[in-house]
Write a protein that binds this ligand. Structure first.
Ligand SMILES: Cc1cc2nc3c(=O)[nH]c(=O)nc-3n(C[C@H](O)[C@H](O)[C@H](O)COP(=O)(O)O)c2cc1C
Length: 393
């Protein structure tokens, strides 16, 4: 492609949305710049524009917005301290990026050699005096003369990219050691005969998914049915509402809260309704999803993208939206005699010795327009197989 054709496709430079969009493709680190304002109060602002400027003399810089209220206060301080946030400090970042009062309450901190706040848990601090403050459009360019600096906690820093937070992952041969995955594979492999029996007797797709942290992975498929599930093996499914209710139903409150926090604001189901769904699953002991008005291919494509592990925050938002749109399919259905149902899948928990749901056994590709009795019969067979798999460890 030559320069002329690139220019033809280029968005207008003056378009703020285009500016933000293109610049949003560049990642930044996240620091908290702190100081003690002239009224003696601690102030802090989150900054992605921090950079090292010069080694000799040692200078660093950042770019606060001209409109920043916090920077107006920070400028009255005699020094400032750059706190490099760690990957597990997203909550600290959100707190300080907001406009709430008393941001330093309930966040433990000590003081840097110059007297500016250093938050507990930061990767490093760089203590500075103001060298210069210049104007650059709607931002200032602040240069700081480094007085003291130290690594406090040599862990991965927090990164910001396309409006999302993440962490650095080295592109090396190192593979993460997933203990839960290994335990799940062993359990599923031991239960393979049960799964084969279920798949062939129902003529349905039968898969076992392991619960690994905040996701499930499709591990084993029962053979003996006409359904070929080979290309779904290894697929990852995020535990975000509405998905994963069977794994969450017996979890503690903190885990359920974490699961609920992953629901999209646009989700048509409220947190209270999701809690009721979990209660319905607990009462029943198994769960059921109905065929919805979404396209299976769209879900599978989204899950494939998620499973690749290579997606940007913008793509992740797209995946989450597609998943969120399936919410109505997970709504509890009271089975009534004389009614016909369009069942997408039935799921049952496989418990490990420690009383945790270690695997989810799932049957799908079931016949259309089935009666309540038929579903109850499938559920019984599924629960029996799940119980046998759990007991066989
Ligand atoms: C990841 C991230 C990076 C940011 N980077 C900057 C920055 O470089 N300059 C800036 O002025 N504000 C930046 N902000 C915004 C400020 O942290 C914060 O929202 C602002 O200081 C609060 O408004 P106030 O200063 O008017 O109180 C950033 C926010 C986030 C979440």
């Amino acid at each position: 492609m030559n320069a002329v054709s690139l220019r033809a496709q280029s968005p207008t430079v003056g378009d703020p949305m285009a500016f933000r969009n293109v610049l949003g493709h560049f990642p930044t680190g996240v620091v908290l710049i702190t100081g003690i304002a002239d009224d003696g109060e601690p102030v802090g602002m989150i900054v992605g524009s921090f950079t090292s400027v010069s080694l000799d003399p040692p200078l660093v810089g950042f770019l606060p917005a001209v409109t920043s209220y916090t920077f107006k206060r920070l400028r009255t301080a005699s020094s400032f301290c750059v706190n490099v946030l760690a990957a597990d400090q997203e909550d600290v970042c959100r707190r300080f990026a907001g406009r709430t009062e008393n941001k330093f309450d309930s966040v433990p901190w000590t003081v840097s050699p110059s007297g500016a706040p250093v938050l507990e848990g930061v990767v490093a601090y760089i203590d500075c005096t103001f060298e210069s403050v210049d104007d650059a459009g709607d931002h200032h360019i602040v240069v700081g003369a480094v007085q003291e600096l130290q690594v406090c906690r040599p862990v991965a820093p927090l990164l910001f990219f396309q409006g999302g937070y993440g962490r650095f992952a080295p592109m090396s041969l190192h593979a993460p050691f997933e203990t839960d995955l290994i335990a799940g594979v062993r359990l599923a492999e031991r239960g393979r005969a049960e799964m084969d029996r279920l798949a062939s007797s129902l003529g349905a797709e039968c898969t076992a998914m392991a619960v690994i942290d905040d996701q499930m992975a499709v591990l084993v498929a029962g053979s003996g049915s006409p359904w070929d599930t080979e290309d779904r093996l290894g697929e990852r499914i995020p535990l975000m509402p509405p998905m994963g209710e069977l794994c969450m139903a017996w979890e503690d409150d903190a885990s359920i809260d974490r699961w609920l926090a992953r629901a999209l604001p646009s989700d048509e189901c409220t947190p209270q309704e999701y809690r009721e769904r979990l209660q319905a699953v607990r009462n029943r002991g198994w769960s059921m999803t109905m065929r919805g008005d979404y396209r299976d291919e769209e879900i599978f494509a989204a899950l494939r993208e998620y499973s690749s592990g290579c997606y940007t925050p913008a793509q992740e938002r797209g995946i989450r939206e597609i998943i969120s749109r399936t919410s109505s399919s997970y709504a509890p259905v009271c089975l009534e005699d004389g009614q016909k149902y369009e069942v997408d899948s039935l799921l049952a928990p496989v418990w490990d010795a420690a009383g945790k749901v270690r695997l989810v056994l799932r049957i799908a590709q079931l016949p259309s327009a089935v009666s309540a009795q038929q579903i109850t019969k499938w559920a019984e067979q599924l629960m029996n197989a799940a119980a046998a798999m759990g007991a066989s460890q």
